[in-house]
Design a protein around this ligand. Sequence first.
Ligand code: GLA
Length: 370
Amino acid sequence: MRVVEAFRAAYGAAPQTVWRAPGRVNLIGEHTDYNDGFVLPFAVPWGVTAAITPRTDGTIRLLSLQAPGDPVTIPGHDQSAGWTRYVVGVFAMLGDRVRGADIAIDGDVPRGAGLSSSAALEVAVASALNDLHDLGMTPMEIALLSQKAENDFVGMPCGIMDQAASALCEEGHALFLDCRSLGSRNIPLDLAAHGLSMLIIDTQVHHEHAGGEYAKRRAECESAARKLGVPALRDVTDLAAALDQLQGDERKRTMHIVTENHRVEALIGLLRAGAVTEIGALLNASHLSLRDQYEVSSPELDVAVEAAIKGGARGARMTGGGFGGSAIALVPVERLSSVEESVTAAYAEHGFQAPRFLPAVPARGAHRLA
Ligand code: GLA
């Protein structure tokens, strides 16, 4: 393993443990996680591998095969910028349960594709430390700690979906997660058995304002819930009555969250019934809601979705936080090249940078490699 070789070359001995944690795509249930709602992500085959040996002096030495150069030395928990803060954040959350470490990181999550490489990094490191120090954390506790690192240390007010997917997913399954109870169930997702493939369309675009808009959406949802007198938008049962009490953006956001939770449940119903081909309509509806009510799509995502459907996809939607990143398309295998051609042509027509296509097969969550 090349991460082990890099570790040995930098620190002069083999690492005590090596963990791998994946990125994710979300099948459906977008922006519902921080509204106490439902999500249905699955892990992708790309992830982050962390080779680690604990230290006892509180220092973190860190190197990444994707950031060539000498290891970065970080004393304590306070000096960090760029990608290293996701790692230092995990140490900060673990507090005096750990005393520094030597770490080598190797990642193959396509950069900027919105497939949660940061969650993969946090979960890989947290899982390895949990193992090395016998901390006894469950995968969900590891996900929660990683989310807290991102919320409190990195300053991104994300929900629990990405970290939970990275920690808990199983190969060949999507993870149905109730983000209030944190109860979860792995649901079989065998697309190939139905002659289908899930195509990731990476727009290769990431809009700078994404972080600010994310926090704004979250605040709008919380404000709407307060006005409605419910703990979270998850609790809205009478949508029509709720919409009567709201105006403007808060009204639109509520419309999305409430209907999106229903779409997650409907999609699970279809999967249970073996009607996998029929989930496309729900993906389309989710995209329209994210575009028109939640307003987190982008021209590149909209064109990808429209062109994928035109090319023969059964359904498509943006996935993840939005404002760039990736869309997913459910495609009969015999239509794959026609979908790719359709999207590529539409991108050229709009003068967009060519997209990248990646096949998404539900992969395994965090696990120990050595
Ligand atoms: C980002 C966040 C998640 C979730 C999605 C939107 O990926 O990290 O917590 O809110 O956006 O569904």
